[in-house]
Design a protein around this ligand. Sequence first.
Ligand SMILES: [Zn+2]
Length: 207
Amino acid sequence: MNEISTLARSFAQLARNAEKDKSSIAISKEPIEDPSLEIHTLGNRALRQEARRIAKVDESIRELTREMLRSMYSAKGIGLAAPQVGINKQLLVIDTDLETPSTPPLVLINPEIIAFGASLETYEEGCLSIPGVYLDVIRPSSIKVSFRDEMGRPKKMNADGLLARCIQHEMDHLKGVLFVDRVKNEEDLSRELKEHGFEQKDVRALC
Ligand SMILES: [Zn+2]
């Protein structure tokens, strides 16, 4: 009797898990005309706020995730953090494969870097919040990150290359840090900012 009810319970659990796995935040990667969330640009105070941890991953978080993806895909970006759309929550969306419609985006909720690789790498970065500006930034070339996915499931992942770069860039947004704060070449920085209509005073150089 007990065994049967245990079995029944585990089947019910399996069914629930299958149902959970089916639900997805995947949306069309085609740009849309007028996404609901506007992406703020350098100089906007929202970009400098610290984001808060998300206590509960529910349907409202998944809907926010979908809206962020729509804004990101419409701006042809590969990453977007919630503070960029004025929402101070620890939520990131990333998709380094915009060309393949079937590759699902990556959703990172409350991400934490739990290990850095030993080597550093210089790579040119850009940001949807600082359009047109592309500059070299030095970062660890690989990381291990823990996070919750869009279903609230705890995950751990190793990343290197473009993905590691992108996760670190987006995680900076959660602390109110922008990639231009990390640029070492001041000459390039002031030239690029000026050329694209941004102000040096909105950069906060990091030591
Ligand atoms: Zn950015």
